[in-house]
Write a protein that binds this ligand. Structure first.
Ligand code: ATP
Ligand code: MG
Length: 580
């Protein structure tokens, strides 16, 4: 077994400096910092140009390999194309592509050109695309002819900044500034002059998932690569000979920070699967590609659990060394299921679009406490800020926020600012950005508790926490108990206004395959929850649903369950998975 990168957690924390973390990377020849240089060119300079950087698995057909040197040349060519079209450093590029090699080339090529890149999720319809292109001030869009015709062409009159649309794949390009990318790349140079970016040069623009409201545009800088690298080292335990698979789409921050940047900075082979979730396909991919480190999301784990552990047993998954998850709380049940299915606990970690990289994690070398998000990364200081019942910060006599010390008391998870992958701006919302910081802390908006050993436990998003009969209840705790009941495969819990209790707890549950919804079953589930949670935190109402509304990145949208329950406006649905 390969030794873990993080041996002694305490020692790594106390001896930590960002300068040391930075020295694990090269920097640009001549000074400066560029994500794409650290992810791609550096490995060629170090003699690993022939190592496979990306193994692309198309929806159908055999896998296609791109070595680090091929990726270097192709990204140089993309950067050269931007220059040829008259776009200099600072150009803003968006991609609207499925998970195809051109997406990875465009992202890294834009970074090499000193531009800002925003990968958009390809299933977005015209309105969410318009919002993001407009807010991002996007100059160049890379997409397919079909997406262009179906989703973008009609928007051109209202997007004057959009000067070029570069089309991937065969099509009859037509319209102002609409060009086929392939011939441009063919005519471009393999070697291009370096653009001098620094740690503070803007690089990546990500939109949040829209779980709690309209998605926000978070801007990150090239220096973020130091955190991408370090978190890949410690939280994902990446080693250069790993075969790593991050299942997230680059349209979400996970799919860029850990689907593109972090693994490549470690020189691993990164798997890119063009297809969507399918339990058999996923297990087969792990088996055939000998995946060693797998990074996925709770929603995917729950789908694998629904299919059953027997399916996992049909495959040889013994190559796996680390399985990690992010995006939502990982129910304890799922952590334990990982032991059954993969022979190891699934390592939950916590972070946000705004933090750019993993902030709190379970590590291969530390005992996992199922249901806990783990402990802060070396270099990351976390506290819990006390909040009033109304959700305001508690301030001391001098106006400074008060930190929670009681291990039972939830507080707002806050991170000492800055750190390299901290977002530098919410596009178009400077006041909202400023409000995220208090006394040198970044406020995440999430509530957590911290036990005596420093493990953090997710309670809920500030907005989702339920006040019932004078108690604060986090939906996660209730949902986790519900899915322990054999008949329940997923649950979403909300507070429903009630004249006496303030709110009562209502649970929406999705039943396991083949289970029939009866009144007896529902009361049994309520009884089960009471037995585990007590009467206060147990749901008073249970509604069986065919599916739960979730974001396209797989998060349960409790705000939508609530709006529908109360007959309120549904709000921004741009990231809602259709059919839910
Ligand atoms: P929006 O900000 O638009 O409402 P979002 O917060 O879901 O959407 P992301 O930045 O993609 O957008 O998600 C970050 C959030 O996801 C965190 O603030 C947290 O609420 C949740 N989250 C991520 N990982 C975990 C985890 N391991 N445990 C619990 N919650 C998590
Ligand atoms: Mg958020």
């Amino acid at each position: 077994m390969i030794p873990a990168n993080l041996g002694d957690y305490e020692a790594a924390r106390s001896g930590f400096s960002w300068a040391d973390a930075r020295s694990r990377l090269d920097g640009l020849p001549g000074g400066g910092c560029n994500i794409a240089h650290e992810a791609v060119d550096r490995h060629v300079l170090h003699g690993r140009g022939d190592h496979v950087a990306i193994r692309w698995i198309p929806k159908r057909g055999p896998a296609v390999d791109l070595t680090y040197d091929e990726l270097r040349r192709r990204t140089n060519r993309f950067a050269d194309v931007l220059g040829t079209l008259g776009h200099g450093p600072g150009v803003r590029v968006a991609t609207l592509l499925g998970r195809v090699p051109e997406l990875y080339v465009a992202v890294l090529g834009t970074l090499k050109a000193g531009g800002v890149v925003s990968p958009l999720f390809s299933a977005f319809g015209p309105e969410p695309i318009r919002q993001r292109l407009e807010l991002g001030g996007i100059d160049v869009l890379v997409t397919t002819p079909a997406f262009y015709r179906r989703k973008v062409e009609e928007l051109r009159p209202v997007l004057p900044a959009l000067r070029h649309v570069l089309l991937v794949g065969d099509g009859d390009a037509a319209g102002e500034g609409v060009l086929d990318l392939a011939p441009l790349l063919a005519a471009a140079r393999d070697e291009v002059p370096l653009v001098a970016t620094t740690e503070e040069t803007p690089a990546l623009l990500h939109f949040t998932s829209g779980t709690t409201g309209t998605p926000k545009g978070a801007l990150h800088v090239h220096g973020a690569v130091v955190a991408h690298h370090l978190t890949g080292l410690y939280a994902l335990d990446l080693h250069p000979d790993d075969v790593f698979w991050c299942t997230a789409d680059p349209g979400w921050v996970t799919g860029t920070s850990y689907g593109i940047v972090s693994p490549l900075t470690h020189g691993v082979t990164s798997i890119v699967d063009e297809a969507d979730f399918d339990a058999d396909r996923w297990y087969r991919t792990v088996q055939d590609q000998q995946v060693t480190v797998w990074y996925t999301a709770p929603t995917a784990v729950r789908m694998l659990m629904r299919v059953g552990v027997d399916v996992a047993r049909e495959y040889d998954l013994s190559s796996l060394r680390v399985v990690a998850s992010v995006g939502e709380p990982l129910n304890p049940e799922a952590v334990v299921w990982g032991e059954e299915a993969f022979g190891m606990a699934i390592l939950d970690n916590w972070w946000q679009t705004e933090t750019g990289g993993i902030m709190v994690a379970n590590y291969r070398t530390m005992p996992v406490r199922p249901g806990s998000m783990g402990r802060p990364l070396p270099g990351i200081d976390v506290t819990l800020l006390a909040r009033t019942e109304e959700g305001e910060l508690v301030l001391d006599a001098d106006g400074h926020p008060v930190e929670v010390t009681d291990p039972e008391e939830p507080g707002e998870l806050a991170i000492r600012a800055p750190w390299p992958s901290m977002f530098r701006e919410y596009l178009g919302m400077p006041e909202r950005y400023a409000k995220c910081f208090v006394d040198g802390w970044y406020r995440s908006g999430d509530l957590a508790t911290r036990d005596a050993d420093g493990y953090l436990w997710f309670v809920g998003r500030g907005d989702d926490v339920i006040k019932t009969a004078g108690h604060l209840v986090g939906p996660f705790e209730v949902e986790s108990v519900l899915i322990e009941h054999p008949a329940v495969s997923e649950a979403g819990v909300i507070g429903k206004p009630d004249p006496t209790a303030g709110s009562i707890i209502k649970a929406f549950v999705r039943l396991a395959p083949g289970v029939e919804d009866t009144e007896a079953l529902r009361s049994e589930i309520v009884g089960f929850a009471r037995g585990r949670l007590g009467t206060v935190a147990a749901p008073r109402e249970i509604e069986v649903v065919a599916d739960l509304p979730r974001t396209r990145s797989g998060k349960i949208m409790r705000r939508l369950l609530k709006a529908r329950e109360l007959g309120l406006p549904e709000g921004d649905l741009s990231t809602l998975e259709t059919g839910a």
